[in-house]
Design a binder for this molecule. Structure first.
Ligand code: ZN
Length: 104
């Protein structure tokens, strides 16, 4: 299997052919290389809704199933990746939780 041409787009940074897929783990959009590769650690498939889904190929779930293709995350191959922003403060898990004023 390989991606349908209408899923293939261009990376804004390096103009490589990529596909956007949703991670099966948390539904985030992830760019993957459009060209299937046996080196990839991802398995991509098109869902019944026409959306591409990507999952990690792990020891627990190895192998590529029918309808999937093996792909590399584009982050790993982008020739012009965005600068790392490790200096940013990590996302706080307490967003939206406000201390309640003490009342009596
Ligand atoms: Zn790129």
């Amino acid at each position: 299997m390989r991606p349908s041409s209408h899923h293939v787009t261009r990376c804004r940074r390096c103009h490589a052919a990529i596909c956007w897929a949703l991670t099966s783990a948390n539904g985030r959009r992830q760019p993957v290389d459009a060209e299937p590769t046996a080196e990839g650690n991802l398995a991509v498939m098109q869902g019944a809704d026409g959306v591409l889904y990507v999952r990690a190929v792990t020891v627990a779930r190895p192998g590529i199933r029918p309808g999937e293709w093996q792909a590399m995350p584009h982050h790993a191959t982008c020739s012009n990746p965005p600068p790392r922003r490790s200096a940013r403060t990590p996302e706080r898990s307490t967003v939206g939780v406000r201390p309640v004023p003490w009342q009596r």
